[in-house]
Ligand binder design. Sequence first.
Ligand SMILES: CC(C)(COP(=O)(O)OP(=O)(O)OC[C@H]1O[C@@H](n2cnc3c(N)ncnc32)[C@H](O)[C@@H]1OP(=O)(O)O)[C@@H](O)C(=O)NCCC(=O)NCCS
Length: 243
Amino acid sequence: MPLERNPSTGELFLRLPAPYTSLILTPPRPDAPAIQAILRDPAVYTWLGRPSSNFSFEDAQRLLGEYTAAANAALDALKDDETEAGALKPMEDCPVRCLREVQPDGSDAFVGHIGFKRCKWFELGLDSDTAATRNGEQRERLVKENDARVTGDPDIVWQVSYYLSPTHHRRGIMTVVLRTLLDEWAIPRMCMRHIHVSVFTGNEGSVRMLEKCGFVRTGTMERCIEVRGERRSLHVLDWERAD
Ligand SMILES: CC(C)(COP(=O)(O)OP(=O)(O)OC[C@H]1O[C@@H](n2cnc3c(N)ncnc32)[C@H](O)[C@@H]1OP(=O)(O)O)[C@@H](O)C(=O)NCCC(=O)NCCS
């Protein structure tokens, strides 16, 4: 298993490869203050749908609650993750999702988050040949079909969301986080084969990061969503596992 266990706390973690070995992914902890500080920063919230400069401590606690529920379900599933034949059972989620920077004295600080979910966003086709906006009924049917697939079905379409503290932007970190999670966890343990992501136009960092991880831009939906009182456009990017 790529996950290690901290000998003093028993917490599972995944260390990033060199030269990023001071960064680890862990399950959530009482991270609400750090989450609030990062998501109130315009360099981050401008590119996300939900938060804003008004993002409160209670909002951060609610979000942390979502992260914790997902990570706990994965940690529970890990307790009984072998079939009778000794093979590993497929997982629905990843138990580690909070990115922390470990200091020389052993303490660490929350610097970002990444999480996978079954895709809820089927506005566009999954390849450029079918890149037409779908209607509400088509989208609802696709979400239902996607949710009904059993854990480990390689036809599940996933989405991924992530953010990093502005203090750590543009050092190659999220590229390595996503690549590592795909290679070490999502592909081998979640049988991931398709990811469908939408990114606000103008978010060059996110688009470039996804492209470096093998995502391909499949379309743009112009002025398709209202966020904080403004009509915004979205690029759609898709990733298909290379078999
Ligand atoms: C998107 C985000 C996670 C990228 O993380 P990161 O660790 O800074 O990205 P990386 O350093 O791995 O950069 C990947 C590539 O994008 C480029 N890039 C990063 N930020 C950029 C920016 N603001 N403008 C242009 N290019 C940028 C890098 O130069 C690199 O390309 P290169 O190797 O060709 O030079 C980070 O900018 C962030 O948290 N943004 C706010 C939240 C957000 O946008 N979340 C995603 C919503 S879809």
